[in-house]
Design a binder for this molecule. Structure first.
Ligand code: SF4
Length: 713
């Protein structure tokens, strides 16, 4: 068919959090074309999209799509059911647990693939309808340490920059980010800036593709990020290269008259985590991280520590970008605190081309996963549930009592279920059976639950343990908003009717709420957003009408006259005294370090043609042509040592499980590291990762370092 004969809507990508906008064309049955929106209406992506945004739509019409609810029959097998029967089973299951064990035995995992409006309702449903604060989302598995670290340092746990800052920065430091494959359109913008003369510094255990463009690529040993970041800070401070005016005026604890001596500590045991605050405390705490110590601990040659520090200090404006290589650690929050210190002492905040830019993963993890408050400790807009005044506001708005006790984080829910403290779960649009750390443990927990409801497009690996499966809609079948990685809230438009009997998440939640005694009567997602506006100050002025008319709005947007906020912290930080609150970060190491039994560090990540646990990309033909199966990257020296040939099947074992995958012998990784993608159920790499050692502040697991051994299969 010709394009002009098709239905077309401009919408926002449902894959990653770059938030590309494009026009989607449909004949009512399937998506037939995607064309980038006109550049002036799509400031995030300009005219670019990546391969997933162009071709990744077959999943919508996959034969595997759930088109009616499923319940278990008398033999324990799934059978199709009416919505009425499925809803009755759900209500009965949740009521039974609540009556027998209390509402706090229930939990809800919300979906960063769903819209803001739907995630707002997921948080409301957990607190008002189920009566539990144990509601969380996939943010816990990736960037919650970013949120914790940046919120402590600056006040907001989000990117301070706009995407355009990546194009005008003089210098960009990237760490733990395979930007070309995980955030392709951002990588394009960074590469263009580098071609125009910007410096690019890449610190990563893998020589990722964007390192080809780098002024300096430094290979780091996985798990010691705060050490090399502190080394950069030390060199900048001790050589008087920091931004004194910024530090004096905008950072807490600047006491220039009290200059401490700069002797490096020679006793490693003295590397205590002081977590004292202020510039002077940071200055003192970094003194032990001499270039030589950094080289010894992280493997970064001392000359590279010095040259990177001097490049950052010489730049007029620097963006510090990172992804999960920095955050998915048992001390991820400390890594982020250290990065926040580096950005602040160099004055790289609140001005064009400068700031912190954590690249968020799922399309709506910023908005749905955080801003909308499906969180155990926060209401929408990061309003603390322990604050009496804020809790009273939500009790009034939602007409319910809310406990001031924080609920369980996602990672803690699985440990609590082991103890019998969590007995029922409602999992929406997340594939916990593959994405949780230590999936052998996660599978056991899911199969032992008293009651599990899964709401998804497919009977994914998690749904196989469910008592009831509810069929949801994809982003092309509903309307709402997503918030991308630079805090831009953008419209998502319905292009096709829902497949079969599937329904948007917000309609399912409303039906269930009303069957459980509430009176929800939202007629559209725009109405839900109006309620969000009324209780969420940072979204106060973001109506659908404005978002559509203005092509997106960045939070905070306090009221209908506020233009939104392109760059955070231009005037002041969102802290009590308006200044950046730096914290001293000491030495830390991974919870599990390689030893004689398990001599290698396993690290995990994404590839361009796949996405997360593969529920969408494995059902999109265009994606499966290129990276259809799993692999492990092994350095040639390591391959020689363990007698492994490229292409040969290899067993990888950790203390928690084993998988078998073909080897790719490559010097992309160092000799001490192996890398496996996260996308494949048949060789789920999270069988090897550790569910127990969590970041103390954010409960993020340590996906990026597991001690493993390898051998020919
Ligand atoms: Fe979608 Fe991300 Fe690709 Fe843009 S870069 S088209 S948002 S997957």
């Amino acid at each position: 068919k010709r394009l002009e004969e098709l239905t077309v809507e401009d919408t926002t990508c449902g894959y990653c959090a770059v938030g590309c906008r494009f026009d989607l064309y449909s004949d009512g049955e399937e998506i037939l074309a995607a064309r980038p929106t006109a550049e002036e209406d799509a400031p995030v992506n300009g005219i670019s999209t990546c391969v997933k945004g162009k071709f990744g739509y077959n999943f919508v019409n996959s034969d595997d799509r759930l088109t009616s609810p499923l319940v278990r029959d008398e033999n324990g097998e799934f059978r199709e059911a009416t919505w009425d029967e499925a809803y009755s089973r759900v209500v009965e299951g949740f009521d039974r647990i609540r009556d027998d064990h209390g509402a706090e035995s229930l939990s809800l995992i919300a979906s960063s693939k769903a819209t803001n409006e739907e995630n707002y309702l997921m948080g409301k449903f957990a607190r008002q309808v189920l009566g539990t604060n144990s509601v969380d989302n996939c943010n816990r598995l990736c960037h919650s340490s970013t949120v914790a670290g940046l919120a402590q340092s600056y006040g907001y746990g989000a990117a301070s920059v706009s995407t355009e800052d990546l194009e005008i920065a003089d210098c960009i430091l990237l760490t733990g980010s395979n930007t070309t494959e995980a955030h392709p359109v951002l990588a394009t913008r960074i590469k263009q800036n580098v071609r125009d003369g910007a410096d690019l510094l890449v610190f990563d255990p893998r020589e990722v593709q964007i390192a080809e463009y780098a002024t300096q690529y430094s290979r780091i040993k996985p798990g010691y990020d705060a050490v090399w970041i502190n080394g950069l800070i030390r060199h900048i401070i001790n050589n008087d290269l920091y931004d004194k005016e910024f530090v004096e005026n905008r950072v807490t604890g600047y006491e220039p008259e009290e200059a401490p001596d700069h002797e490096a500590a020679d006793d490693r045991e003295e590397r205590v985590d002081k977590r004292e605050t202020g510039f002077e405390a940071v200055k003192e705490s970094v003194q032990e991280f001499t270039p030589e110590v950094v080289e010894e601990v992280t493997g970064v040659p001392h000359e590279e520590v010095v040259s990177a520090a001097e490049t950052i200090a010489a730049a007029d404006a620097c963006v510090f970008g990172w992804t999960l290589g920095l955050t998915e650690h048992s001390h991820g929050t400390e890594n982020v605190l250290a990065m926040a210190n580096l950005a602040a002492i160099t004055g790289n905040l609140g001005k064009p081309g400068a700031g912190v830019s954590p690249f968020r993963g799922q399309n709506n993890v910023q908005g749905g996963g955080g801003d909308m408050g499906p969180l155990p400790d926060n209401f929408p807009g990061y309003q603390d549930i322990a604050d009496d005044e804020l809790r009273a506001k939500f009790e009034d708005a939602w007409d319910c009592e809310i406990s001031p006790e924080y609920g369980y984080y996602t990672t803690q829910m699985f440990l609590a279920a082991d103890r019998g403290d969590i007995r029922g779960m409602y999992i929406i649009g997340e594939n916990a059976a593959l994405s949780e750390p230590g999936v052998n443990h996660a599978e056991q927990v899911l199969s032992d639950l008293d009651f599990l409801v899964v709401q998804d497009l497919f009977v994914n690996e998690t749904a196989q343990y469910a008592d009831v499966v509810l069929p949801a809609c994809s982003f092309v079948e509903k309307t709402g908003t997503f918030t991308n990685t630079d805090r831009t809230v953008q419209m998502v438009k319905q292009v096709m009717e829902p497949k079969g009997d599937s329904r948007p998440d917000w309609e399912i939640l409303q039906d269930l709420a009303n069957r459980m005694g509430r009176e929800w009567d939202y007629e559209s997602s725009a109405e839900i957003m109006e309620e969000v506006n009324s209780v969420t100050p940072i979204y106060g002025g973001m109506t659908h009408e404005r978002i559509e008319a203005e092509g997106g709005l960045q939070w905070p947007c306090w009221d209908e006259d506020h233009p939104g906020t392109k760059r955070l912290y231009e005037e002041q930080f969102n802290t009590d005294n308006g200044k950046a609150n730096l914290q001293a970060v000491g030495y830390s190491e991974p919870a599990e370090t390689p030893d004689s039994e398990y001599p290698l560090s396993l690290t995990t990540g994404r590839v361009l043609y796949q996405y997360h646990t593969g529920t969408m990309t494995h059902r999109s033909d265009g994606m499966m042509q290129y990276t259809p199966s799993d692999f492990v990257e092994v350095h040639p020296e390591t391959a020689g040592e363990f007698d492994i040939e490229s292409g040969e099947m290899v067993t990888i074992e950790s203390r928690r499980g084993e998988i078998v995958v073909p080897a790719q012998v490559t010097d992309r990784v160092g000799p001490d590291t192996v890398f496996v993608p996260i996308h494949f159920a048949e060789s789920a790499v999270n069988r090897l990762t550790d569910e127990e050692h969590l970041d103390p502040a954010a409960a993020t697991p340590e996906y990026k370092v597991s001690a493993v051994r390898i051998s020919p299969a």
